[in-house]
Design a binder for this molecule. Sequence first.
Ligand code: DQA
Length: 148
Amino acid sequence: MRIAVLNGPNLNLLGAREPDLYGRETLAEIEAHTRAHAASLGVECTWTQTNHEGELVEAIQGLPGTADGALINAAAYTHTSLAVRDAVLAVRVPFVEVHLSNIFAREAERRRSVLADLALGVVTGFGAESYRLGLEGLVRHLTARRGR
Ligand code: DQA
């Protein structure tokens, strides 16, 4: 089983960026923990971060045939990007939306996600743990689907 983890803009600044909101772990540390967790579940994991909307769209377009499922933290594009939504609609690869912060406890413009209704589920507000929880949910879902 292959899982792609896609990260959007400014997540490369984790650790230094608004630590009260996003925690002190760097994206590289979250990547290392996620990869280790993926290995313990026996799944392959690829990792991408981009600050560019078009690159995120292209990464989503590249999912069919390369990943069985995805974890997506589209960061600010979660709230704004119809291009990212359209890419997800086009490829129809199962994904879990993840956020470090609880987007529903934040400003009004962050309480809306243009991706959430397309996701298997959303994990939001557990800091770096959101990635672990999202990965577990995604792998369980894909495993159960295979068994059917
Ligand atoms: C975020 C939440 C978004 O609103 C914000 O723009 C981010 C990070 C999160 O993981 O909590 O960049 O996706």
